[in-house]
Ligand binder design. Structure first.
Ligand code: ZN
Length: 472
């Protein structure tokens, strides 16, 4: 029983938003307008009955990347697409209002709409959308929206199906949440009790969602905390809120035994890495796949899907300039348990620039990463592999080169890339690839099954470094 809860917990901690194979891809470009570029993909998700639509638009004055789920049922789809269109419409209006100013300053507005899937039980999922938009200046808008979907009946489950919404419920929920915020090291200094009191009096609990063993309350930025707290999520184990649940859901969620040990919630802090349970069995045959110069809106996602399929981990040495452009992708890579490395902001050759510039190239990436995933990079890779003792003196994390150069950027040939790996593969190998090229992803489709066949496991590069240190 415990093991099952653990597995559900891990499933939900990992955000399985974009797993599966790309089954259709359409690239459209209006020949009359070279400004406009739009791509649309539909991918199968990890969960049966849920596909993932991705729409990316690139224009001179704005960028947008939208991900939303597609179900088999029309009713679910209509509501979902209406929500997506409303959110994007709001952003486009804002862009239109500011178009002259954006053009004058040469700025590009950006919009990211993405979602997490939390499984509750068979055919029942919570879908949690997050929207981020930046039109003018750095202070963007961040909101979230929760849907609980019942795939079997093509309908939504609402908060008042799940909990008894009455005065007593409000009192209990208020007490639980206040206690949470008052004692949370992350939020206690940024929490406003009067805002929570206001919220509890008027809420219809549309920010609530179920997962396998918790009820989570998701707040928007500024709703009950200061802006610096972001959008807090409070997960309460189901066993602690059983008195709030309706009879129907008490039965449905099978939480009839309050003494049962099931306190593990699915809401460990975002990005908390789970233990590598397979560490001992594959100890000798660990290698590290590493990807430089990304993230890339299509190819990095495809790499993530493939890595998930083969249950392998990789390290992504990202450029700050691209992190800045695709924060949702960075979060996704992190959520799926891969390692994020610093590859400098602008890919300059560090051995040829001033000290101030070296520092800036390295530190700016870490600052941006902290703003997105809450931590800085755990490893560093110098552009072109160009480094020396002086450059290294600016680093606080290991600088990692490679042992297998697949030359993927040069050959752009999947068979040639696989051949480089085959020829040089051995335990502890560090394989260099670039997730910005489509041919590299084609090669990954060959490399991953090859590694598996040969009994190799790709892990985060830090783990390979540890292994090497351990064997010295
Ligand atoms: Zn590079």
């Amino acid at each position: 029983m415990k093991a099952i809860h653990k597995i559900y917990g891990m499933l939900a901690v990992l955000v399985f938003v974009l797993i599966g194979l790309i089954i259709g891809s359409v690239m459209s470009e209006k020949p009359t307008n070279h400004e406009l570029q739009a791509t649309e993909d539909v991918a199968q998700s990890y969960y049966p009955g849920i596909q993932i639509a991705t729409e990316v638009e690139e224009k001179t004055h704005y960028h947008s990347a939208v991900h939303y789920p597609v179900f088999k049922g029309d009713q679910l789809n209509e509501t979902m697409t209406a929500f997506v269109e409303r959110e994007k419409g709001r952003y486009l209006e804002e862009v239109a209002d500011n178009e002259a100013l954006l053009a004058e300053r040469g700025w590009q507005a950006s919009f990211y709409l993405t979602f997490d899937i939390h499984p509750v039980e068979d055919k029942l999922y919570s879908i949690v959308f997050s929207t981020e938009s930046y039109v003018m200046g750095a202070n963007g808008r961040q909101t979230s929206k929760v849907f609980m979907v019942d795939l079997a009946n093509d309908n939504f489950v609402t908060a008042d199906d799940v909990i008894q919404v009455n005065e007593k419920t409000r009192d209990v929920v208020y007490t639980i949440l206040k206690n949470y915020f008052d004692t949370s090291t992350d939020y206690k200094d940024m929490f406003f009790d009067d805002l929570l009191q206001e919220w509890i009096e008027s809420t219809d609990f549309t920010n609530l969602y179920l997962s396998a063993n918790a009820i989570t309350f998701k707040f928007n930025k500024y709703e009950v905390t200061a802006g610096a707290a972001g959008s807090p999520e409070v997960a309460i184990p189901l066993k602690d809120v059983r008195t709030l649940l309706t009879e129907e859901w008490l039965t449905r969620l099978k939480i009839d035994d309050p003494t049962e040990e099931n306190a593990e919630t699915d809401d460990a802090p975002v990005g908390e890495k789970e233990e590598d349970d397979q560490q001992t069995s594959v100890h000798n045959k660990k290698v590290a796949l590493t990807f430089d110069d990304g993230p890339h809106p299509e190819n990095t996602l495809k790499a993530l899907q493939l890595l998930a399929k083969y249950d392998m981990k990789a390290t992504f040495f990202m450029l700050g300039s691209r992190i800045d452009f695709y924060p949702d992708l960075v979060q996704e890579v992190f959520n799926q348990g891969h390692e994020i490395g610093n590859h400098t902001w602008n890919h300059k050759q560090l051995t040829k620039i001033s000290d101030a510039d070296i520092k800036e190239e390295i530190d700016s990436v870490n600052q941006r990463l902290e703003g997105i995933i809450g931590e800085s990079a755990t490893v560093f890779r110098p552009p072109y592999g160009a480094t020396n003792n002086h450059v290294e003196s600016f680093l606080t994390v290991p600088s990692v080169l490679w042992t297998i150069d697949t030359l993927d950027w040069k050959t752009k040939d999947k068979e040639a890339i696989l051949a480089e790996v085959k020829e040089n593969l051995k335990p502890g190998a560090i394989i260099l690839m670039h997730d910005i090229h489509a041919t590299t992803i084609d090669a990954l489709e060959l490399v991953l099954p090859y590694l598996e066949e040969q009994g190799y496991q790709s892990v985060e590069v830090s783990k390979v470094l540890e292994m090497k240190q351990g064997s010295l």
